[in-house]
Design a protein around this ligand. Structure first.
Ligand code: PCA
Length: 203
């Protein structure tokens, strides 16, 4: 049976919860034909990738799906690419605020998701879940994690491992006191992630 590692983040930026971790906790294993490992990752530049890369070498998954919150976005964002830059105007959960920092001096400028992003898009839309391809995962901790995981897989020659990043919108309890912000029900986000896992396994 294939192994899937799926990660979500701790809350950050003053939020009480992070829908990425809430959603992966609710995934129904009986819906999936795989061994599923879930991991909560600190929203910290350095520790996020350290913990995920250590876990990945321990578990040796076939598929890695990294998930994060993108508050304000109106759909499940299937990220296409991670870029070699850390640049942030809010601190991470340790207060680290890199400006124009290269993530890896030996790394490529960018790495592409190896998930079947277009098939995932089609499957999500077939299930009436709002979804789109995103061409930027930003320059904060999510991009940093995506970049480092794809860089590590390339450096280690682990070309058979499929990995990528999914950004999810806020859930309703996060937007109740904020005006004009889109939110998506947690159950819909969880279902989207189940579809993403299944689609990747079936490719
Ligand atoms: N979203 C942030 C980092 C943690 C998270 O859930 C991001 O988009 O970079």
């Amino acid at each position: 049976m294939k192994k899937v590692l799926i990660t979500g983040f701790e809350p950050f930026g003053g939020e009480q919860i992070n829908p990425s971790y809430e959603a992966i906790k609710n995934i129904n294993r009986s819906h999936l034909n795989c061994e599923l490992f879930i991991l909560e990752v600190p929203t910290e530049f350095y520790n996020s990738s350290k913990i995920v890369i250590e876990t990945m070498h321990k578990i040796e998954p076939d598929v890695i799906i990294l998930v994060g919150q993108a508050g304000g976005r109106k759909e499940i964002s299937i990220e296409r690419v991670a870029i070699n830059i850390d640049d942030s105007n809010i601190g991470d959960n340790r207060g680290i605020k890199p400006i124009d920092n290269v993530i890896s001096i030996f790394g490529e400028n960018a790495y592409f998701s190896s998930l079947p992003i277009k098939t995932i898009l089609e499957k999500l839309r077939n299930n009436y879940i709002p979804a789109g391809i995103s061409n930027s995962a930003g320059t904060y901790v999510c991009n940093h994690l995506m970049y480092n995981v794809l860089h590590e897989l390339k450096e280690r020659g682990l070309h058979q491992v499929q990995a990528g990043f999914i950004h999810v919108p806020y859930i309703p309890e996060q937007t109740i006191n904020k005006q004009n912000l889109f939110s998506l029900d947690l159950n819909v986000i969880t279902k989207a992630l189940e579809i993403i896992i299944e689609t990747t396994l079936n490719q």
